[in-house]
Design a protein around this ligand. Structure first.
Ligand code: TYD
Ligand code: MG
Length: 451
């Protein structure tokens, strides 16, 4: 007896599937994200063979350790020293942030020595050409304007380029699935098929992926598990700096940062981001410079804070570039252990340049900026700091102090507040503070601290 057409409902946020429609996804808790899709007929199970012979790990040839330099230094850095052959890299970011520009730049320089292909589903060939002209010409980049997944895979198998960019994975569709391009089933199918082609034919593939307004890669989480690297392109679309970071990397560290500036002629790598992000814009209260360590690279960042009398029953804590939980914790420690009461105040914190910091060693900078804003007293001129703030109000030393101090010295910050117990061989003036209260006393201009 013929079965009725199989229908399932899949969550467009996390990929959870269920037989019946639900208003709220039980897996990720999003509302209204379950969409109906048809299940493609399962292929007949292949006959089970006798299995395959085994290989000892020591006998495996590891020639794939070599990497392909993309010609875009900051991109290579984030990838962990270049593109790994036959790897699948997902590049995600808000619309207009510069994903297409970045990858076209990489293709242009790669095309000097390798066969490269750009599959564009979003823009026409003519639009890509206009962009390429802005970047200085199309070089030897081959282009395919196609959204049919079968055609794309067939072309890849025939042409076997060394590097390929799919812009974007959400525009591809497999006709047999019947759901719309960009749906969970389509994105999952496209990524799965491209993965197989990439591995079989040895094609290093960049997938461009859109993000939802919450900042997650649209489509199922499945996509993130499939690929070898997930790179996120962030930054303020209205300002010119962009930060590229690896969220997942099977071949390298996930802490590396690439910093770019969007100019009239494409994205330009920023060699020395500290000189941009770490410069205090003005000498008003509420600004502090912290040295965070992103991967192997120390980075000076300016943190700005605003503290104002609240008229709400529950005062606001607004963080841009800082984890909101971390901010709440710091505000609580400031109130309880450092004499900076903020119970009746709105607190806003912002990291300059649209950079996001996750590192606990940035705590001290955040605390100092807030204390400075709350007291209306400037942070001492030419002062930088770093260190983790504990719940008891004590400071904890940060890792790799020497690297951070060297960066501070390079950028002309001769005066650094560090947690007691920080070991360093760099010769410069250090102020060691045991507690947050001491650090604030030492860091703010004299005369302002009243307790
Ligand atoms: P794009 O790469 O199209 O973004 P995405 O693919 O992530 O959606 O970048 C678009 C923005 O970049 C657009 O606002 C114009 C700007 N831009 C420049 O400022 N200079 C340039 O040379 C190029 C190519 C783009
Ligand atoms: Mg684009």
């Amino acid at each position: 007896m013929a079965k009725a057409a199989a229908i399932q409902h899949a969550c467009s946020e996390c990929g959870y599937t269920t037989g019946k429609w639900l208003g709220k996804c039980p897996a990720c808790g999003s509302w209204g994200t379950l969409v109906e899709e048809r299940i493609a007929a399962a292929p007949k199970a292949a006959a089970v063979g006798a299995g395959r012979p085994l290989l000892r790990l020591v006998d495996v040839e590891a020639s794939d350790a070599e990497r392909i330099p993309t010609g875009v230094t900051e991109l290579d850095r984030v990838l962990g020293g270049g593109l790994v052959p036959a790897s699948l890299v997902l590049v995600s970011g808000d619309p207009g942030i510069g994903k297409s520009t970045l990858l076209l730049m990489a293709l242009r320089s790669l095309s000097a020595e390798r066969r490269v292909l750009l599959v564009t589903g979003e823009e026409s060939s003519a639009q890509v050409k206009l962009r390429a002209d802005r970047l200085g010409g199309g070089a030897d980049v081959h282009i395919l304007a196609e959204t049919n997944l079968d055609e794309v895979c067939a072309t890849l198998e025939r042409e076997r380029p060394e590097v390929c960019v799919i812009d974007s994975v959400q525009t591809l569709y497999a006709p047999e699935l019947g759901s719309a391009p960009g749906s969970v089933a389509q994105v999952r199918e496209a990524a799965g098929r491209l993965l197989r082609v990439a591995k079989e034919q040895g094609i290093a593939t960049f997938l461009v992926g859109h993000v939802t307004k919450e900042g997650a890669v649209a489509g199922p989480r499945v996509l993130e598990h499939l690929v070898d690297c997930v790179l996120q392109f962030e930054g303020d679309r209205y300002r010119s700096h962009r930060v590229l970071r690896a969220v997942k990397n099977r071949f390298g560290s996930t802490n590396e940062l690439g910093v770019f500036e969007m100019t009239g002629a494409g994205l330009e790598g920023v060699e020395d981001p500290s000189s941009i992000f770490g410069r205090s814009q003005d000498d008003q209260p509420g600004s502090a410079v912290v040295c965070a360590l992103e991967g192997t690279r120390p980075l000076l960042l300016e943190i700005q804070a605003l503290v104002s009398q609240s008229d709400l029953a529950m005062p606001r804590r607004v963080a841009t570039g800082v984890d909101p939980k971390r901010l709440s914790m710091i505000v609580a420690v400031l109130g309880r252990h450092a004499g900076v009461a903020l119970g009746q105040a709105d607190v806003f914190v912002n990291v300059a340049g649209g950079v996001r910091i996750d590192e606990p060693a940035a705590d001290l900078g955040i605390a100092l900026a807030i204390a400075s804003a709350a007291r209306g007293t400037r942070v001492r001129d030419g002062l930088a700091c770093f260190g983790e703030v504990g719940l008891t109000g004590r400071l904890r030393p940060a890792s790799q102090a020497d690297r951070r101090l060297a960066e501070c010295a390079k950028l002309g910050f001769s005066d650094v507040i560090v947690p007691e117990g920080t070991e360093s061989r760099v010769k410069m003036r250090l102020t060691a503070a045991e507690t947050l209260r001491q650090a604030i006393q030492a860091g703010l201009d004299a005369g302002g601290s009243s307790d």
